[in-house]
Write a protein of this length. Structure first.
Length: 433
């Protein structure tokens, strides 16, 4: 039995941390309590860890990552990025289908699961992607093992655009699993490109936000919600970026059966278009970063519960691939390693645990994870509050790509240690279909 004591614990439903202790044996939490453990607990512990007042949190569950394997392993692998996840306090992840080949068949999904079983450092699962011609494959999906169906309503890395109205309706009408959408309206983006071209200064990354505008996001999200309402589909809107989109979701608590849910990514909570002069293509994302007013609305919606979860959209590229003008610099950035500490800098720890651990588990029906409670898996992270803030640098980065848009920013927190299933190692995630 392992005992962790003198920790600031954020437990299931807690509104504030409390000083306490926790024990786990093998892969499960066995007991926990406030104050100090009794003599019997101290006496039977095989390993005792004094947390020294650090936070003890449930491991984060990141429901939106791009680990690039197979086919794009020059910039990331399941092994490298899952190690970065653990360094950031993320003990479980769900990966996206836009790899090479794209994950639009059960066979391709099984291949990824096999790869992860051999090399992942964290608990794992993968989404399957929707395409115009793979409805038969989606009908075979076992949604106790496959997290969701991913739909790209706007173009992004991987060329999986599904913007044909009849194809969209077919996917929404015939899905037993949850549908996760990248909500940008491609016709709005194309119209903006035609309207502004030729760009007077294509090296200015501000054009990325102008081309992939608020209207593109709002129109796509409204369309996805209309389709979900018409066909009774369970819908999750990924990486919401605009104030107007947040008003489309309610603040009801998140039971597993909530029909419409939404997420926000750390970079949209941290950066705005005003950061382009300093960071350029390092913050070129799809969807694009927006205004300060949008960022503040996202922060409010998160604390109010209209945005249900924080998911990183971790998307590594080599810096050489981020070079070029607004049309050629690749979109996306590595975020998984520092997102938990940066969110703890921004929000209270109960909110962070609710949005990065508890809510993702509830949303996807991942039982036994996301909360600290006896009987749950011992997916744990210790995070200390620093007396002197740490300035993040590219040299800190574990991801293969070797850089972060957070370089030069400071954090008042540090991940000390993580446990995945009590140290017994990663497993495939299971879901309530």
């Amino acid at each position: 039995m392992t005992l962790i004591h003198n920790a600031l614990i954020v437990a299931d439903g807690a509104t504030a941390p409390f000083t306490g202790w926790l024990t786990f044996t093998d892969d499960r939490i066995t007991a926990m309590g406030a104050g100090q453990p009794d003599a019997a607990t101290l006496g039977t512990a095989g390993e005792t860890i004094d947390a020294g007042g650090a936070y003890l949190l449930p491991g984060a569950i990141d429901c939106h990552v791009h680990f690039r394997e197979p086919g794009l392993t020059h910039k990331a692998t399941i092994a490298s990025e899952s190690k970065a996840a653990l360094a950031g306090g993320v003990t479980s992840y769900i990966e996206m289908p836009n790899t090479k080949p794209v994950t639009t068949t059960i066979a391709a999904w099984e291949d990824k699961m096999q790869r992860a079983s051999m090399s992942s450092a964290a608990n794992y699962s993968f989404m399957i992607g929707a395409a115009a011609d793979n409805l038969a494959e989606l009908q075979k999906a076992d949604f106790t093992r496959i997290a969701a169906v991913k739909v790209f309503m706007g173009s992004s890395t991987g060329n999986m655009l599904l913007d044909n109205d009849s194809s969209l309706r077919a996917v929404f009408a015939d899905q037993a699993g949850r549908i996760v959408v990248h909500a940008e309206d491609q016709s709005v983006i194309d119209s903006n490109i035609a309207r502004f071209s030729p760009l007077p200064d294509p090296d200015n990354m501000l054009w990325h936000t102008r081309l992939r505008s608020n209207e593109a996001c709002i129109r796509a999200t409204e369309r996805a919600l209309e389709l979900a309402s018409r066909y009774g589909a369970r819908l999750h809107v990924a990486h919401v970026t605009t104030a107007q989109e947040t008003s489309l979701f309610d603040a009801a608590p998140l039971p597993a059966g909530k029909q419409y849910t939404a997420e926000v990514s750390p970079h949209h909570l941290l950066f705005t278009l005003d950061d382009y002069p300093r960071l350029g293509s390092r913050i070129k994302m799809n969807p694009a970063v927006k205004s300060q007013a949008d960022r503040e609305a996202l922060r409010r919606a998160l604390t109010e519960g209209r945005l249900d979860i924080i998911a990183t959209d971790h998307a590594p590229h080599l810096l050489s691939e981020k070079a070029g003008d607004v049309f050629h610099a690749m979109s996306g950035a590595p975020m998984i390693q520092f997102s938990l500490v940066k969110m703890l800098d921004l929000f209270d720890p109960a909110t962070v645990v609710r949005r990065m651990s508890e809510a993702p588990a509830a949303l996807f029906g991942i039982s036994g994870r996301g909360t600290l409670a006896p009987g749950n898996y011992a997916d744990l992270v210790l995070v200390e509050c620093l007396d002197t803030p740490h300035t993040i640098s590219d040299s800190d980065v574990i991801s293969t790509c070797g850089w972060t848009p957070l370089a030069g920013t400071s954090t008042g927190h540090r991940v000390v240690r993580t446990w995945v299933n009590g140290g017994l190692g990663p497993r495939a995630l299971q879901f309530k279909a």
